[in-house]
Design a protein around this ligand. Structure first.
Ligand SMILES: [Mg+2]
Length: 320
């Protein structure tokens, strides 16, 4: 089987057709027609075996997640997803693996009508790199630098479920089968908050997606905006599974576990009424967890309002 046959069999046959793809998979490069008058938003993310996933990982989940983490970055910019490319390095050609990987990836791609327009196949240690392209109306992208003193801090969904799933996978936490399945879905098949990003754009100009832990990712917003924030531990949105595990795992997984792929965003006080309207017509929870303040850095407060020291703020690939 040569590269051409693999591409035709697994990638070309499933790729979604879009009118704005003048030339897609199969030439030296793709030719794409950006939506008139829009800005392009571009992001890339790599999943590496042994770093981001276990060697026995379900290929369908890997296909889903490799695209989902990129769509999550587009969501954090409030970008509308358009296209993506895939660079796949495989140790060997395993047709059953490839089929499942593509099924997982294209199921998510079709849900958001994002088209695979090109990529590369190579032999080597398993490595999955996706680059995703989206569009925004000029000036409407949500930026890390736009948090203002007095803004309230919000997050979508619930935090810490992926961290529980990882602890369970590592044998450090015992969960019922049902609970393990529920949090496993959050770790292996995160939902990119594309719809939330579109909604948040109506009343916010500042967001980030939580990939490395709320503590670390919110700190990135604070640094980019030149402000500080206080977050109330008791307000962190937790799933039922997480609440049941709280006595043994504590709150660290929700604050610093990472891989939540929820959005964290800020809302100015005069926009809060718009948000409250929106919450009622939206299926994903939007929870107020704190406030932007003068100064720098993140202060976490306990139920009595006293500052709490964190063991870790999140996951940094390059930290010593
Ligand atoms: Mg991100």
């Amino acid at each position: 089987v040569d590269e051409r046959e693999l591409i035709e069999k697994y990638f070309l046959s499933q790729a979604l057709q879009r009118d704005d793809v003048a030339v897609g998979i199969g030439d030296d490069a793709a030719v794409l027609t950006p939506p008139p008058g829009k800005q392009l938003v571009v992001t890339t993310d790599t999943l590496v075996e042994g770093v981001h996933f276990f060697s026995d990982a379900d290929p369908a989940a890997l296909g889903h997640k490799s695209l989902a983490v990129n769509l999550s970055d587009l969501a954090a910019m409030a970008a509308y997803p358009l296209w993506f490319t895939l660079s796949l390095t495989l140790p060997k050609v395993d047709p059953a693996w490839l089929k499942k990987f593509c099924d997982g990836m294209f199921a998510l791609a079709n849900r958001y009508r994002v088209a695979l327009v090109g990529g590369n196949l190579a032999r080597g240690p398993l490595n999955i790199t996706v680059e995703a392209f989206g569009s925004v109306t000029p000036g409407t992208a949500l930026l890390r630098s736009q948090a203002k003193i007095g803004d309230r801090v919000f997050v979508t969904g619930t935090l810490g479920d992926a961290a529980l799933a990882l602890q369970h996978r590592l044998g450090k936490l015992t969960l019922s089968d049902a609970d393990a399945r529920a949090v496993g879905e959050r770790l292996h098949r995160p939902t990119p908050r594309i719809d939330a990003g579109m909604l948040v754009r109506e009343f916010s100009s500042c967001a980030i997606d939580i990939s490395d832990g709320l503590g670390l990712d919110l700190s990135r917003v604070l640094a980019a905006s030149g402000v500080g924030a206080t977050v109330a531990l008791t307000r962190l949105p937790l799933s039922e599974v997480y609440r049941r595990q709280m006595p043994s795992v504590g709150i660290d997984g929700a604050l610093a576990g990472g891989e939540d792929y929820e959005l964290c965003f800020t809302v100015a006080p005069d926009k809060l009424s718009f948000l409250r309207d929106a919450v009622n017509r939206f299926d994903c929870p939007l929870t107020e967890i704190g406030e932007i303040v003068a100064g720098s850095g993140l202060t976490i407060k306990d139920a009595d309002g006293n500052p709490v020291e964190l063991k870790s703020r999140g996951f940094d690939h390059f930290a010593a």
